[in-house]
Design a protein around this ligand. Sequence first.
Ligand SMILES: *[C@@H]1O[C@H](CO)[C@@H](O)[C@H](O)[C@H]1NC(C)=O
Ligand SMILES: *[C@@H]1O[C@H](CO)[C@@H](O)[C@H](O)[C@H]1NC(C)=O
Ligand SMILES: *[C@@H]1O[C@H](CO)[C@@H](O)[C@H](O)[C@H]1NC(C)=O
Ligand SMILES: *[C@@H]1O[C@H](CO)[C@@H](O)[C@H](O)[C@H]1NC(C)=O
Ligand SMILES: *[C@@H]1O[C@H](CO)[C@@H](O)[C@H](O)[C@H]1NC(C)=O
Ligand SMILES: *[C@@H]1O[C@H](CO)[C@@H](O)[C@H](O)[C@H]1NC(C)=O
Ligand SMILES: *[C@@H]1O[C@H](CO)[C@@H](O)[C@H](O)[C@H]1NC(C)=O
Ligand SMILES: *[C@@H]1O[C@H](CO)[C@@H](O)[C@H](O)[C@H]1NC(C)=O
Ligand SMILES: *[C@@H]1O[C@H](CO)[C@@H](O)[C@H](O)[C@H]1NC(C)=O
Ligand SMILES: *[C@@H]1O[C@H](CO)[C@@H](O)[C@H](O)[C@H]1NC(C)=O
Ligand SMILES: *[C@@H]1O[C@H](CO)[C@@H](O)[C@H](O)[C@H]1NC(C)=O
Length: 766
Amino acid sequence: MYGLASFAALLGGLSLCSAAPTEQNITSDTYFYGDSPPVYPSPDGAGTGSWAAAYVKAKSFVAQLTDEEKINFTAGYTASNGCSGNIPAVSRLGFPGLCVSDAGNGLRGTDFVNGWPSGIHVGASWNKTLAHQRALYMGQEFHRKGVNLLLGPVVGPLGRVVEGGRNWEGFANDPYLSGALVYETVQGVQEAGVGVSVKHYIGNEQETNRNPETENGVTVASVSSNIDDKTIHELYLWPFQDAVLAGSVSVMCSYNRVNNSYSCQNSKTLNGLLKTELGFQGYVVTDWDAQHAGIAGANAGLDMVMPSTTTWGSNLTTAIANGSMEASRLDDMVTRIVASWYQLNQDTDFPSPGIGMPVDVYSEHEIVIGTSADEKDALLQSAIEGHVLVKNQGSVLPLQSPRLVSVFGYDAKAPESLDLAPVSLSVAPPTQNNTLWVGGGSGANNPAYVIAPLDAIQQQAYEDNTAVLWDVTSFDPDVDPASHACLVFINSYASEGSDRTGLVDSDSDTLVTNVASKCNNTIVVIHNAGIRLVYNWIDHENVTAVIFAHLPGQDTGKALVDLLYGRANPSGRLPYTVAKQASDYGAVLHPVQPVAPYGLFPQDNFTEGVYIDYRAFDKEDITPQFEFGFGLSYTTFDYSSLNIQRTSVEATQYPPAAVIQEGGNPRLWDVLVNVTAQVENAGSVDGAEVAQLYVGIPNGPIRQLRGFDKVNILAGETVTVTFALTRRDLSTWSVEAQEWELQQGEYKVYVGRSSRDLPLTGSLTL
Ligand SMILES: *[C@@H]1O[C@H](CO)[C@@H](O)[C@H](O)[C@H]1NC(C)=O
Ligand SMILES: *[C@@H]1O[C@H](CO)[C@@H](O)[C@H](O)[C@H]1NC(C)=O
Ligand SMILES: *[C@@H]1O[C@H](CO)[C@@H](O)[C@H](O)[C@H]1NC(C)=O
Ligand SMILES: *[C@@H]1O[C@H](CO)[C@@H](O)[C@H](O)[C@H]1NC(C)=O
Ligand SMILES: *[C@@H]1O[C@H](CO)[C@@H](O)[C@H](O)[C@H]1NC(C)=O
Ligand SMILES: *[C@@H]1O[C@H](CO)[C@@H](O)[C@H](O)[C@H]1NC(C)=O
Ligand SMILES: *[C@@H]1O[C@H](CO)[C@@H](O)[C@H](O)[C@H]1NC(C)=O
Ligand SMILES: *[C@@H]1O[C@H](CO)[C@@H](O)[C@H](O)[C@H]1NC(C)=O
Ligand SMILES: *[C@@H]1O[C@H](CO)[C@@H](O)[C@H](O)[C@H]1NC(C)=O
Ligand SMILES: *[C@@H]1O[C@H](CO)[C@@H](O)[C@H](O)[C@H]1NC(C)=O
Ligand SMILES: *[C@@H]1O[C@H](CO)[C@@H](O)[C@H](O)[C@H]1NC(C)=O
């Protein structure tokens, strides 16, 4: 009844002619990768698990609403505040409306809020406690400002397209790491009584052609991410599953198409995967202006349109009257939204929506302080832990009271002005030619201040009674030969809305080699919003140390100086693979372009399956420059005593079709195997190690991350690290059975320091 033809009929701007296709003229149903199979009707939220009480309240609330009032819940309207989106009030029932705002690393477009580290930085910390704490504090800031829903965190993009412009907003190029950190983030934010909208669902792996574009009357549709069933489960859906398991009240559908059907009207991804298989109880909201259908979207499982709609409104009641939509679907849309409000206790004690967030922050407005002094430690600690030290020749770091430090590079300095990022996204933050603490676009949060590296280094010199020289303008600066160290700051900028044009830039690389030619202790710090390659100078004899500093947020310089001077010990690990050369990434290096014969309907076949990042490097036996999971410390760690133990949970029997709860089949979370190992801090300073566990599942990639345990270890001490392997961790997705299945044969188990430095190996047969 709701086949693809009916979707197509609702794709207003698209030309779906039936004439023979020419080079520039091909219709979406001429060349199909695979249908997105129809999945109807849309399942009603059932109030399972922890949602029971919220659903009871929501149902009784919705029963009192008129149709016009119900419709008002399904789309945003323009309110006079600085929220990214708003839902109107129903005053007669005491519902004050909703304010929803960006983003996953801090509140954007207002004052008195903190600029937290971005997703990639949290990914590099590999620290679940830290992810949780950051999220809780962030949530509290949103709460004080009356924001009901935080538009984040990001687990899509996952980082498949290496030049992807938004990869830095997500945690890691690995579903397990990304999933573990999104789980903590969802719980942390929601503990503060603020909802999350986990985004962008799904297959949003490039910015190029993410939206339809019309030129001279010809419309090019959004890129279609064509993803097979096994790959979507084992890679792209995985972290969304963790987010749903954690209780996420909302999921944001993305701009792109999946198997040629727009994500916000794709019944397979929304009704099928999300609401049926994962048992999602919250609501689906569009990315901004990502609605491309009328009633078809509602029937496919979309619940809320932002920032407003041109096709729903009273058409929903017309559609119910003429039989193209069930009345129960409208009730379900509203019930899911209102239940989420009750689930977070936002019906009691919640500030009025968007309080202290004016449309124009430079106008007279009420002052509402979002920040709190008790966040200070978490801000700094989260900034510290996302730095990854990858080279430290002759242990030049930490610096030992250097008499003279010379500082070079545009990225060392604070920007000339700190404007609050406007709610309109036309302007990227002024960070590209200054120190980069965040990327651009809707994730460009508003820091309360920015401590640039040069500022913090000067403060250190003041305290140590030492000297600093700098030239942060020249690309070929003079170097005082008395310099104990030359710190060179470069960055790699990225912003929502476009993909990166490369993984190196020659200006920055020339700066590094120019300094290195004059200074035998050249330490390079890169603030990178994505993967940054280093082949132009990594083997230079004078480049003694290199730090991937990612996007640390407002405490950036302070965190860095704590690491450089040894008050903190580097404990970040790469959440992606750094190749020796760009071509090593293969076909997923660049975004796809709309080329003939797919000019009007750009196609991106995910033919590599799960083989992205380290899975691909392992398969192709390509030696990376720095492997996934790699990072140095000022101490060293020794591994011993691998122990692999089956638990008493029955593993051989496939789990019976249980009641689906949030996150899907609850049997997936059964712990089948426990692994432990001993890790000794074999050096002379305290430090933190990220013990990593990889599993080689029969018939799968050589190894996949399936556990990590970050531990503080005092110098000379030994601790036990533990990993619990669940049924999902040890299964592969069966397309035939439409379920996760354990494999026959020998599982390989590896424990160690990175994806390629694995001193402990064992095996396991289920
Ligand atoms: C597609 O091709 C047909 C026949 O060649 C032509 O009539 C139509 O205008 C073309 N459409 C677009 C969007 O170029
Ligand atoms: C994508 O896959 C389909 C089905 O295999 C194929 O027909 C099409 O040519 C592929 N598209 C591209 C751009 O490779
Ligand atoms: C996309 O098409 C592939 C190939 O036919 C299929 O395996 C998969 O289930 C489809 N996914 C969606 C979301 O439509
Ligand atoms: C719906 O919301 C609008 C604001 O967008 C408001 O003016 C209108 O009164 C609301 N309708 C009902 C029936 O509450
Ligand atoms: C109903 O849908 C039509 C066609 O998409 C659109 O032009 C109209 O504005 C819609 N009405 C409302 C109230 O949204
Ligand atoms: C029913 O109403 C909807 C909304 O106005 C409209 O899109 C649809 O075409 C109508 N269907 C029929 C069969 O009249
Ligand atoms: C940064 O500097 C480059 C070259 O100096 C210039 O082309 C670019 O526009 C600047 N970017 C910004 C955001 O100011
Ligand atoms: C390394 O630095 C020294 C100055 O300390 C310089 O003389 C030498 O040429 C540099 N080496 C290279 C390869 O540039
Ligand atoms: C750099 O050169 C100076 C002077 O020759 C020497 O004392 C120092 O140890 C060198 N530093 C490094 C890191 O090689
Ligand atoms: C496995 O580890 C979990 C927690 O990580 C623990 O609750 C359970 O008792 C352990 N089981 C065995 C058999 O060691
Ligand atoms: C993880 O983060 C927490 C909170 O910031 C911090 O207290 C703890 O020391 C970190 N753990 C490790 C092992 O680095």
